[in-house]
Design a protein around this ligand. Structure first.
Ligand code: B1M
Length: 217
């Protein structure tokens, strides 16, 4: 597959061609292109551009969300292919991410997810209204490097504290190196410290920068 086809994939992510991306990825695979190249040199290149443009206020939330959805679609097709060939990417780290119990706001969380994927992390998105128990189960199952929690309501911020308590109560943070990062409009650095989170991310870019530094080899 030519480098211009890679550009088509990258451009499709940037332009959020959610209905076309699976066909384009399949076409690339049918042409014999290694799936890790499709991801690394096509899709991820597009997400990198999206991340940079968003940080520079050159792209706005609806467009970024569309790019994130397009990336999701592409990964849905590509992930099993990569796993089948045992060619998982050299990821920077694995994150599980969710909006905490009682809270259904997911726009900020999706931006955080997008930013982490664009920066080479594997992200397991647990979705919205995620209970402390579900976070704990997911940590046991996926053994992530980072747990990320988002809350948009003052009334759901305590669910972050409860989740941290549940994670610590299950002995999942001590000695494992697992880090917890929290964020969302009503959350502050002081609150993060008070509930025992390792990090507070003011925004998606801030969050990925911090975690990348911590997990850098
Ligand atoms: Co809701 N809502 N909402 N809402 N809503 C707010 C949050 C509110 C401030 C509006 C207001 O009253 N002015 C208010 C909360 C007040 C408070 O508690 N402080 C509010 C309320 C009250 C409610 C309901 C209770 C309304 C009702 O039903 N009476 C209800 C609650 C439902 C529930 O969750 N149980 C509700 C419902 C909804 C909708 C469903 C209609 C919709 C959500 C749709 C969706 O997410 N799919 C919605 C929306 C859209 C908003 C506003 C308008 C926008 C939120 C948003 O997406 N912002 C919001 C008002 C506002 O903020 N102007 C509001 C954009 C997003 C990019 O920002 O999520 O902050 P944000 O993410 C940022 C950072 O915070 C950070 O990075 C992102 C930027 O890079 N960040 C992290 C976020 N998570 C992070 C995690 C990290 C690190 C950084 O590490 C893991």
């Amino acid at each position: 597959m030519s480098s211009s086809s890679m550009e088509v994939l990258a451009q499709s992510i940037i332009e959020g061609k959610v209905d076309e991306i699976k066909d384009l990825v399949q076409q690339a695979l049918d042409e014999g292109l290694p799936p890790e190249d499709v991801l690394d040199n096509g899709l991820m290149k597009g997400m990198e551009v999206v991340g940079k443009r968003f940080a520079a206020d050159d792209m706005f939330i609806p467009e970024v969300m569309l790019s994130a959805r397009t990336m999701h679609e592409a990964l849905e097709l590509l992930r099993p292919v990569l796993e089948e060939q045992d060619k998982k990417l050299q990821m920077k780290g694995k994150m599980i991410l969710g909006t905490v119990a009682g809270d259904i706001h997911d726009i900020g969380k999706s931006l955080v997810e997008m930013m982490f994927i664009a920066n080479g992390f594997e992200v397991v998105d647990l979705g919205i209204d995620v209970s402390a128990e579900d976070f704990v189960e997911a940590v046991k199952k996926h053994e992530p490097d980072v747990v990320g929690m988002s809350a948009l309501l003052t009334s759901t911020m305590p669910a972050m504290a409860e989740t941290i308590e549940a994670i610590d109560g299950a002995g999942l943070r001590k000695e494992s190196g697992l880090k917890v990062i929290v964020g969302g409009a009503p959350v502050t650095a002081d609150y993060a410290e008070e509930i025992g989170a390792d990090f507070y991310g003011e925004n998606a870019l801030d969050a990925v920068k911090m975690i990348s530094e911590v997990l850098a080899p």
